[in-house]
Ligand binder design. Sequence first.
Ligand code: NDP
Length: 316
Amino acid sequence: DQARPAVLLTGPVMEEVVERQLASRFDLLPLDALSDATAAAVRAIATRGKERVDEALMARLPALKIVANFGVGYDTVDAAAAARRGVIVTNTPDVLNEEVADLTLGLLLATVRQIPQADRFVRDGKWLKGAYPLGPTLRERTVGIVGMGRIGKAIARRLEAFAVPVAYHSRRQQPDVDLPYFASLLDLARAVSVLVVIVPGGAATRHLVNADVLAALGPDGILINVARGTVVDEAALLKALQSRTILAAGLDVFEKEPHVPEAFLGLDNVVLLPHVGSSTHHTRAAMGQLVVDNIVAFLDGKGPLTPVAETPWPKA
Ligand code: NDP
């Protein structure tokens, strides 16, 4: 029985781009059609990063060679387990940097200048009864970027054009970044009045932004999280917003998406987005193309295009 090689889809992945192109060369196998009979043909997984690709799933797939993650953040893929099995993991870096940085600036401006609140004010007919109250400003603030990687740098470039000073924290100082560096996140939070969080998710960054960091940010402080919900202690953030320990927050990501804690919905000092950092036709198509190109290049013996750090590539 010469079955065509199969690609397992953990969920729908960009039907027009990923699934259409992959279908011309591979059998596409949805997760719920996975059985002992179908598992043997699976060479690749294409995952949109919502369902977990863990050791147990990989163990069911004896011919698995590559996991291609749709998205730069691959915290739902157990990349260490994949590495132990000699399975390549790829993500979609760089093609979304500018898009996510655009959205981050939009969310920052929306939060500090209360743009959604002002829109609601007009819709509710309140303008007829008086002007919108004066609000906070981005002027005279310094922004602290938590995670000066590919996207962090694109955010920093935009802030420079806005004439806003920037400092940053990451585990290592970036040799190519000429901005004040803080080895301690607490020290950065004390020094700035805005934190923009854009580190990877996963165990290493879980609750990096906790009650202490929020207290250090202070009563004029603004938190923008476009990284992963797990990076911020959501319960501590909720408390800080309710008690005005910080001024406001703008959130694109949550701990248990798509569930947003009910208590956030009633707060007027938080702007809530449904994880839309990269979600435009243009950028999602580019990400989808990179998923396809990684799988095809690797299975054609040319090596993966964008393997993640943990992946066993290049071979010595
Ligand atoms: P990069 O790997 O280029 O940058 C990550 C940065 O975070 C690096 O500066 C790294 O520096 C720093 N970092 C990593 N771990 C830690 C840590 N434990 N403590 C402090 N700093 C840390 O990633 P990208 O810029 O491409 O993407 C960043 C993340 O953004 C993604 O992993 C994803 O989760 C999220 N994202 C969210 C989107 C959305 O829709 N909201 C869209 C796209 C991405 P160092 O190693 O020196 O610490």
